[in-house]
Design a protein around this ligand. Structure first.
Ligand code: HEC
Length: 161
């Protein structure tokens, strides 16, 4: 059976249209993250305490060498982990967690809470992460107390966006 060419399904314009939809969808996805990145930079400007290069470099090495960045995103060290909470706001949200009636740990302030979370992450599970399949290891015993408290100070200084 012979049908005129024009009655056949027009494949390529459809394909072009789906490609355009795809591109528009991707752009829509990207815009909020770009805006958020800018907002982060703005709200971070001037906050936190600028550390010396030596202190910053050595805590950054501890952070990266112990796979923190594998699970956590933290702008100052350019880590992009997605299994745990974002560290750009670690100190900012810590105070809220301590006030949670479900918090049974012993921390009196944000920095103590962060140190406690690194040493024994299950003392208080960050809301939304209780069912994670990428459970954070307890770093008590893996890192020295000094390293844990330096990491907590680092998150406090640079994680208050
Ligand atoms: C295998 C993945 C993984 C690794 C590696 C990891 N974490 Fe986590 N981390 C998580 C998850 C998931 C949570 C949230 C659940 C919980 O509270 O334990 C979390 C929670 C935290 C919290 C509490 C944050 C909050 O908002 O309550 C801190 C602080 C933290 N991690 C710091 C670190 C540091 C520092 C390292 C490296 C020494 C590290 N993590 C390594 C997965 C990880």
């Amino acid at each position: 059976m012979h049908r005129p060419l024009s009655s056949l399904p027009q494949k390529s314009p459809d394909a072009a249209a789906s490609m355009i939809y795809l591109i528009v969808a991707l752009l829509l996805l990207l815009v909020p993250s770009v805006l958020r990145a800018e907002a982060l930079n703005q709200s971070c400007a001037g906050t936190g305490q600028p550390w010396s290069d030596a202190r910053f470099g050595s805590v950054k090495a501890v952070y990266l060498d112990n796979y923190c960045g594998y699970c956590h995103s933290f702008s100052v060290v350019e880590s992009r982990g997605m299994f745990g909470p974002n560290h750009d706001a670690a100190a900012a949200v810590a105070a809220r967690y301590i006030d949670d009636p479900g918090y049974t740990g012993g921390a009196a302030g944000a920095q103590e809470y962060l140190a406690e979370s690194i040493a024994q992450p299950t003392v208080y599970m960050t809301p939304g992460y209780a069912a994670t399949t990428h459970q954070m290891p307890a770093y008590e015993g893996l890192l020295t107390e000094a390293q844990i408290s330096e990491l907590a100070a680092f998150l406090t200084a640079y994680g208050d966006c």
